[in-house]
Each structure stands twice: as C-alpha cells, then as structure tokens.
Design a protein around this ligand. Structure first.
Ligand SMILES: CC(C)(COP(=O)(O)OP(=O)(O)OC[C@H]1O[C@@H](n2cnc3c(N)ncnc32)[C@H](O)[C@@H]1OP(=O)(O)O)[C@@H](O)C(=O)NCCC(=O)NCCS
Length: 136
C-alpha cells in the first residue's frame, strides 16, 4: 500500500485524532522500527522497540468493516512481535471510540490507565485517551 492510499483510508476513518497525510505516512514508513500490515484497503501501523511494541494506528475501510479484518491485522501484528521476541503491545485509543474499545477488549487488551485531555477534536473539545496493553 502506498502512502497516498494509506492517507485516503485514514481520512475515511479518523476525525479525532486527525487523519495523517501521505507525507506523514511516507516519513514513518522509512523508519526501521515501523511495520505496516495491510489487506483489503485496511492496515495496521506498528512500532517495535527492543522491549515493547506499540500500535500507532489501525484503520479498516468503511466498506470492509465488521468482517474480521481488524482482528486479523491485530493477530498478524502479534505474530510479528513474537517473531521479534517482543512480548508486550501497547496502544492508545480515544475514550469515545466504542468500536475500537470493543475490538481491543475482544482481542485481549486490558485497560492500564487514562490520559486526560489527550486528543483535541476539530471543534476544540478535549478527549481522554485510554491506554491499553496486552502481554503475548
Ligand atoms: C475499529 C475498527 C478498526 C474495527 O475494524 P473491523 O475490521 O470492522 O473490526 P472486526 O470486524 O475485526 O471486529 C472485531 C470485533 O471488534 C468489535 N467491533 C468492531 N467494530 C465494532 C462496532 N462498530 N461496534 C461494536 N463493536 C465493534 C466487535 O467485538 C467485533 O467482533 P464481532 O464482529 O464478533 O462482534 C474500524 O471500525 C475502524 O477502522 N474504525 C476507524 C478507525 C479507528 O477507530 N481505529 C482505532 C483507533 S485506536
């Protein structure tokens, strides 16, 4: 998937946090620590360090939702992490993003804390982030 398509799908998937541009994706993708998993106009972008992994973003094209693609992307990312001997995955998700919270809970992620006023909506509303993690 090229940066333009990633940005197009991201724009259909996010308001807050704001969608990322093609050039922002481009800058991320050249880093060795960044991994892209994609299929069916959907993708997960993750970052691996020596000790833990972070899901930076996940987006499924609206036409392909609720058929298990996000679960599959998360499973593939877990396999990649295990292959790299990384056993903990962390992520942040907006507190008002019910579909994503349900997804992560179904996939075994546990709530670890909250970051108040972490995101700002286009109207200036502050939104709390939930921090979740999973030991794999
Ligand atoms: C959240 C998102 C990635 C889910 O993708 P998806 O491919 O539709 O999810 P899946 O089909 O794999 O669903 C897996 C589980 O997640 C939960 N889930 C997913 N979408 C849901 C929704 N709209 N409402 C309630 N639960 C939902 C369900 O538990 C579902 O299992 P089920 O279908 O057996 O009930 C997708 O809605 C999306 O791209 N949203 C916009 C971007 C976003 O919010 N990303 C996460 C930011 S942290």
């Amino acid at each position: 998937m090229n940066p333009e398509l990633l940005a197009e799908i991201h724009a259909k998937s996010f308001i807050t946090p704001r969608p990322w541009s093609a050039s922002e994706f481009d800058e991320l993708l050249i880093k060795d620590s960044i991994f892209l998993i994609s299929e069916k106009r959907s993708f997960l972008l993750g970052m691996l360090t020596r000790f833990e992994a972070e899901i930076l973003t996940i987006a499924v094209d609206p036409i392909n939702r609720r058929i298990g693609i996000a679960e599959k992307l998360l499973n593939e990312f877990e396999t990649l992490c295990l292959n790299e001997n990384v056993e903990k995955i962390i992520l942040e998700v907006a507190k008002n993003n019910a579909p994503a919270l349900m997804l992560y809970e179904k996939c075994g992620y546990k709530i670890k804390g909250e970051r108040n006023n972490y995101y700002t909506s286009p109207e200036g509303k502050k939104i709390t982030a939930i921090v979740m993690s999973k030991l794999i």
